[in-house]
Design a protein around this ligand. Structure first.
Ligand code: ASP
Length: 582
């Protein structure tokens, strides 16, 4: 037997037992003729005491050697309260080095100064750290909790293929050229979307999968080319039924991972309300600092910034905070607005001079008393508060203010960092106008059903059509999205008409799904939660790489196994490919 106990098992009650432990040398200290070492395994740490005269070879031990020791459990005179096993030590009677270890290329105790690429190159060592171990234990519990809840709701876990035709998520596919069929390739799934819909046609009724998704996208800080979703599809459901499952699922995950009691149902916010109050379709509802549309309030001013926005059909969006700001602070907030393409951030201070409330700041000179009053009233601003305004195109003014709001929330500690504030955002527009190509683009994948009461607008006014699609949002982060799907061919072809996709185009891409819809496809809908993302947020990080065992770096490479790697000539010939050097 390699061990009788793990390094987290022994307590005072075990005093006097003879035990065998195995693990890594976590720390080692020589003290006269005694050697104290902390022995570590996945479960914890146990202090071992060795007599260097009895075991002279302990002097050659270094951190991270793998050893096995047998000995007697002794109670410590002064317990180490930092360790679960801190009441005891094991006094070694037998000791063996199972393996040596070279000097580590990274410091497991202090990762601060280590570059991301070194962490990824030696990921197997990075994963020895207790923080990473804890993240993966939590990830495991989250997966179990998801399965537990979905199983309890009659869902079936079904795997869908990895080598497939193509999926409609809108990113680029990774391709796998076929050796047998030269010139043809499989796609790796961007999601199991079509396959889960087909499972509904088959009558499975409720499906889930912890599904790998692969998208060949430009990598951003928080993206990975492959990631995991809790992917769900259900038959005979309305939006509300889907919301109930999403809420129950997340509630169980939070309960079973960190014992957090999440209140349900969550607030439901329409897309229009989210855009109006938060300026963004993923609102952080932990704090109630709302945006206001000042477009009407500022009409007729002689402030060129406002007028330029009004003349080009833009908006003037503002908010008021009950606080005064320094020049440096307002400059920093302006810089944030500019990241989101705003031309600037108008800052005004509300003053109360002898009972006359008015605005101060360079823009104030261009605003009549009446307009100043309009602004103060619309924002509900109090004396000594500060007003921030962006006047710009519709989307820019809202988005820039959304991020100014977010920054204010963080700086002014307007929320509890530990809170999980979920909401559903729904009623998204089905189509977006593409001014360059003068056509309607789909705002979601093409199987997303329009609201049934909006079907008539498909031909008359596509801009009015709202979709039966929804996002699950947590603290301002989109965690999941989904929709009720189109299950009828006639509706599908009308939607495709709007976006200028012919039935032939669609047949070529997704013909097998459209064909399946001829054979009694039930009404169905679903969603997919970013599993890495929710686990990361529960672990208290925004970086999904902290909860993925072997992630890629920001260039899409893995410094550990050095992929992607050059392809050899023979492999290329086998799959019938010739590479042209750039
Ligand atoms: N397949 C969608 C996605 O990956 C989720 C869904 O609509 O179920 O975002």
């Amino acid at each position: 037997m390699y061990r009788t106990h793990t390094c987290n098992d022994l307590r005072a009650a075990d005093e006097g037992k003879t035990v065998t432990l195995a693990g890594w040398v976590h720390t080692i200290r020589l003290h006269g003729s005694l050697c104290f070492l902390d022995l570590r395994d996945r479960y914890g740490i146990t202090q071992i005491t060795l007599d260097t005269e009895q075991f002279p070879e302990v002097k050659t031990l270094r951190k991270e050697f793998v050893i096995q020791i047998s000995g007697t459990v002794k109670k410590k005179p002064t317990p180490n309260v930092k360790l679960a096993t801190g009441e005891i030590e094991v006094v070694a009677e037998k000791f063996e080095v199972l393996n040596t270890c070279e000097i580590l290329p990274l410091d497991l105790e202090n990762i601060q100064g280590t570059t991301d690429d070194v962490r990824l190159k030696y990921r197997y060592l990075d994963l020895r750290r207790s923080q990473m171990r804890d993240n993966f234990i939590l990830r495991h519990k989250a997966a179990q909790a998801a399965r537990e809840y979905l199983n309890s709701q009659d869902f079936l876990e079904i795997e869908t293929p990895l080598l497939i035709r193509s999926t409609p998520e809108g990113a680029r596919d990774y391709l796998v050229p076929s050796r047998i069929h030269h010139g043809a390739a499989y796609s790796l799934p961007q999601s199991p979307q079509i396959y889960k819909q087909l499972l509904m046609v088959s009558g499975f009724d409720r499906y889930y999968q912890l599904a790998r998704c692969l998208r060949d996208e430009d990598l951003r800080a928080d993206r990975q080319p492959e990631f995991t979703q809790i992917d769900i599809e259900m038959s005979y459901v309305h939006q509300d039924d889907v919301f109930a499952i999403g809420e129950g699922l997340v509630k169980n995950i939070l309960k079973k991972t960190i014992n957090y009691d999440l209140k349900t149902p969550w607030p439901r916010i329409t897309y229009d309300e989210a855009m109006a109050k938060y300026g963004i379709d993923k609102p952080d509802i932990r704090f109630e600092l709302f945006l206001h549309d000042l477009t009407d309030a500022v009409k007729g001013s002689d402030f060129a910034v406002f007028n330029a926005a009004l003349e080009s059909n833009g908006s003037v969006i503002g908010l008021a905070v009950d606080k005064e700001f320094t020049r440096k602070e307002t400059d920093e907030l302006t810089a944030i607005a500019k990241i989101y393409k705003a031309k600037g951030l108008v800052t005004l201070r509300v003053s109360d001079t002898e009972g006359t409330i008015k605005l101060e700041g360079s823009a104030a000179n261009h605003l009549s008393t009446e307009i100043q009053r309009n602004i103060i009233k619309e924002l509900g601003a109090k004396p000594k508060s500060t007003i921030f305004i962006v006047a710009d195109a519709f989307k820019i003014s809202r988005e820039a203010m959304a991020y100014v709001r977010k920054e204010l929330g963080q700086r002014l500690h307007l929320y509890d960092e530990k809170e999980f504030a979920f909401c559903w955002v729904y009623d998204f527009p089905s189509f977006e106008w593409n001014p360059d190509e003068e056509k309607w683009d789909p705002a979601h994948h093409i199987f997303t059903s329009p609201k049934l009461e909006h079907l008539d607008y498909l031909e008359t006014d596509p801009g009015k059509v709202r979709a039966l699609c929804y996002d699950m949002v947590l603290n301002g982060i989109e965690l999941a999205s989904g929709s009720i799907r189109i299950n009828r061919r006639d509706v599908q072809s009308r939607v495709m008409n709007v976006i200028g996709l012919t039935l032939e185009d669609a047949e070529q891409k997704f013909g097998f799904l459209l064909e399946a819809f001829k054979y009694g496809a039930p009404p169905h809908g679903g969603f997919a939660i970013g599993f890495d993302r929710i686990v990361a947020l529960i672990c208290g990080t925004n970086d999904i790489r902290e909860v993925i065992a072997y992630p890629k770096n920001r260039q899409g490479q893995n410094p550990m196994d050095d992929c992607p790697s050059p392809m050899d000539e023979k492999a290329l010939r086998d799959i019938g490919l010739k590479i042209e050097k750039k």
